[in-house]
Ligand binder design. Sequence first.
Ligand SMILES: [Fe+2]
Ligand SMILES: [Fe+2]
Length: 477
Amino acid sequence: MLQQLIEKGVRITLEAEELLKNSDNKEQLLSKLYILEKPFITKEDVESALSELAPVIEVKRPSAFKSIAKEHDASIQVLHTKEVTGKSRTNGEIDDFISYFRSRHEKLAKLLNGPSKFPNVTLNEIKKYIGQTVRVIATISGKSETKKGNLLLEVEDLTSQFKAVISPAYGRDKVFEKSKYILLDDVVALVGKVQEPYLIVDDVEWPDLPITRERKLAENDLVVAYISDTHFGSRYFLEKYFDQFIEWTHGRGEAKELASKLKYIVVAGDIVDGIGVYPNQERELVIKDIKKQYDLFNDFVEQLPDHIEVIVAPGNHDAVRRGEPMPAIGKDLITVDVTSVGNPSSIVIEGLKHLIYHGTSMDSLIAALPNMSYNHPEKVMVEYLKRRHLSTIYGGNLIIPEKLDYLVIEDEPDILHCGHVHKNGYTLYRGTLLINSGTFQDQTEYQVKQGHVPSPALVPVYELKTGKLRTLDFKSS
Ligand SMILES: [Fe+2]
Ligand SMILES: [Fe+2]
């Protein structure tokens, strides 16, 4: 067979040659050959070699496998008003920053507005309430510790600025503990007594999700697989495990019942490793051409059963602008039939509202908040929902000041899907399912230095009707 392939013009690497010599399972050999050779030969090369050898290497689908998902039409609705694709209007000028922060303040203030025991006041009228307890909705524009160990906040709204103090004294230790979670650029409601020139804070409220929210399920018994951070092109990309995942979508291997219901695959960014994303990256790339990196993604989609719909959003390694919000990856790169959306984006799948956000701001939130770690991305995702914002600290990671703040979580999502930290994590928070879908990239040298241990090849798979979330391990299949 080796000779036949060489005659067909398929170039064989030494590694592939070893495999061909040492095994007589031709089907497995050819699939391995394609894996090993992929960066160097075209899919057509292998397919033409395969077709010649068809009687020997025909891939047999298990006869018991019947796709239920195939019987259903896809139900996907992209909420275009919630994302930036095609709508970026900023020049990065001072007016753009003003309208960006105004938009953030207005959207979050709307969520914080509500009945209160105390008068809701704006900062331009706060001095009329000296000696009284009031509630103000404010953006945190400065944060420092005083000599006495109190927290001093500079706050502003659309009318004026003021100062607020949070002290552990006089029985206020509870609010002082809470205040450790206040981030720069947070929009919060502060309840406190006006003692010029300060507001002495008694309580802090974030916009948050409503406490009583039922988890929503879908009518159709279909399955979504969530993936992210495939990093095609990286030398750490775990192609062997990724191909096991593709095999599973065809009902081969374990968890056939889930595969038969698989209708959607959602990809939350870092599709490719990119070019020039960090210094000396070229040493860690096996493919140094961005188009060819995306070709591996295009190949992946083509290898899936036709009835599976793929929804894809970019991350910080993808070939779109660096700052968030990011527009969808262009058709020049993703040439196959997928739903390409921005980062962040809102998509309704089978009636369930999905918020997809890559998670770049996890770095700055893990650094700034207590009790956060790269091992528990779901905890950071709870903080997104609590603040109803996906990237609170301006400058923590690059934000492009659009006229509207697309990073505000205006509507409550049924599912929040992130990636970026290469670690799986899940939780249920006030009726929203939070999923971090890990990675298909092995631990990089940088991650070794940082002490980050990724959880590759673990794919969360969600049954939309029953609400069961399971993790499939493609390292063991
Ligand atoms: Fe990544
Ligand atoms: Fe990332």
